[in-house]
Design a protein around this ligand. Structure first.
Ligand code: HEM
Length: 404
């Protein structure tokens, strides 16, 4: 396609451009037919349609109409006043948008407060490294998901990366709060707003001269791919670190993401009922499609540079790069053109898993030396400082009016 050739050109015509072009064409259809069965979903049934062929028929026409015919800045000002799950929808919104929000905010019948309680325990115990993982396992992985990298790069957020990351981080923060889906929590609001933004992106991106004509952005499949880059990837990393997570906690964490998927507009028939089902689905939708694009490489380096203007020595680009390589492996790190780091990479390989295992109370682990443990603790502490200094501000997710 036109875009692929331009990518190849921009990347200097090397391997990167060639690989990007190949995956990009493969993305509009599947190498293997869709086989993940709706029996494995939270509702246990469905018609089995391939999620590559589905978008958001409830939100898309409403949001397109609002963007074409309503006063979008005024709508955004009203949306900014809607912050808590239990709060009424603000008066004055266009009636079709209000009706959609009223529908989209309803808890599904399968929501289970007991399971959610366990989710909070999961997050509470792992809060310090969960944030780093959302950023450098999930966030980095999003840069090797071709559809997502392109959508983010060519939408407005692509040129306002810190703002974009802050808003995504708010999603990761809200989902882990004790009352995420309760009336005084904020997660339903965050999800419903995000669902509206995704519909806005579907309306805007096709008019970008950089966007390929044959792709309609953000399919149900795309959303589940991202879901797996978040939830499934984090559980896979924990498994790799040999953490013994109590089944109730891991199930609670799953449930908080099942609800997030639902409120983002994913059909219930695509939402996995268990981590095993999630893993099976990820093997079909996520694992085979990760690949570099010039846009993704650029976004990844934007992420690695984020600690740049603060005096946080352990958040330097080489150390964040080493952490990325450690979590996502050599192939992804090489695709992203992250250089090897001679000290941190071997150290992480040897000492990180025991460091975390000790924190988790796993018995019989030989802990890392005091110096190494101090350094890893300091790394996590600096990440939290960075988060508080750079990202923790009042945020409002807004309908964009332009592309990049
Ligand atoms: C916006 C989260 C899936 C592309 C957002 C925002 C959040 C978010 C919180 C609002 C941020 C802002 O306003 O800057 C998520 C979550 C997903 C998901 C949790 C799945 C579990 C996807 C997918 C794509 C995508 C699959 C593309 C293939 C975008 C784009 C924006 C956006 C282009 C527009 C904001 C901008 O201008 O950058 N998403 N998203 N998202 N998302 Fe997603």
């Amino acid at each position: 396609t036109r875009l692929s050739r331009r990518n190849a050109f921009r990347a200097g015509g090397g391997l990167l451009g060639a690989v990007g072009a190949l995956t990009f064409m493969a993305q509009t259809s599947r190498a293997e037919p869709w086989t993940w069965a709706p029996e494995g979903s939270i509702v246990g049934s469905g018609n089995g349609a391939d999620p590559l062929t589905m978008w958001d028929p409830e939100a898309d026409p409403v949001v397109a109409d609002v963007m074409d015919n309503a006063d979008v800045p005024a709508v955004n000002r009203l949306l900014a006043t809607w912050t808590h799950n239990g709060q009424p929808i603000p008066a004055g919104l266009p009636p079709n948008l209000r009706d959609f929000m009223e529908y989209a905010r309803q808890l599904p019948s399968w929501a289970d407060q007991n399971r959610l309680g366990q989710s909070f325990q999961f997050t509470q115990k792992r809060g310090t490294y969960l944030g780093v993982l959302y950023a450098f396992a999930s966030g980095m992985m999003s840069t090797v998901i071709p559809h997502e990298a392109l959508a983010v790069y060519y939408s407005r957020g692509g040129s306002h990366l810190k703002d974009r990351i802050a808003k995504t981080a708010k999603f990761g923060y809200d989902i882990g709060t004790v009352n995420a889906y309760a009336p005084d929590g904020e997660m339903i609001v965050t999800c419903v707003k995000t669902r509206i933004i995704h519909a806005a992106v579907r309306h805007l991106l096709p008019s970008s001269p950089h966007w390929p004509d044959d792709i309609k952005p953000i399919s149900q499949n795309d959303v589940m791919v991202t879901w797996h880059s978040l939830a499934t990837t984090i559980m896979r990393v924990f498994k790799q670190w040999n953490l013994n997570i109590p089944p109730g906690e891991s199930d609670g964490y799953l449930h908080s993401w099942q609800l997030a998927g639902h409120f983002l507009g994913v059909r219930d028939e695509y939402i996995p009922a268990s981590w095993d089902q999630a893993d099976d689905q990820a093997k079909q939708v996520l694992d085979p499609i990760i690949a570099p694009t010039a846009e993704g490489v650029s976004l990844a380096h934007g992420l690695l540079d984020l600690g740049f203007d603060l005096d946080l020595t352990l958040l330097s680009k080489p150390i964040l790069g080493a952490f990325t390589r450690f979590i996502l492996g050599d192939q992804v790190a090489d695709w992203l053109q992250i250089p090897r780091e001679p000290v941190w990479n071997p150290l992480l390989q040897v000492a990180w898993a025991p460091f975390v295992a000790v924190k988790e109370g796993v018995q019989g682990v030989v802990p890392p030396t005091k110096d190494v443990a101090w350094m890893f603790d300091e790394f996590l502490r600096q990440f939290v400082l960075w988060y508080v200094a750079e990202l923790h501000m009042p945020l409002s997710i807004e309908i964009p009016q332009t592309n990049r």
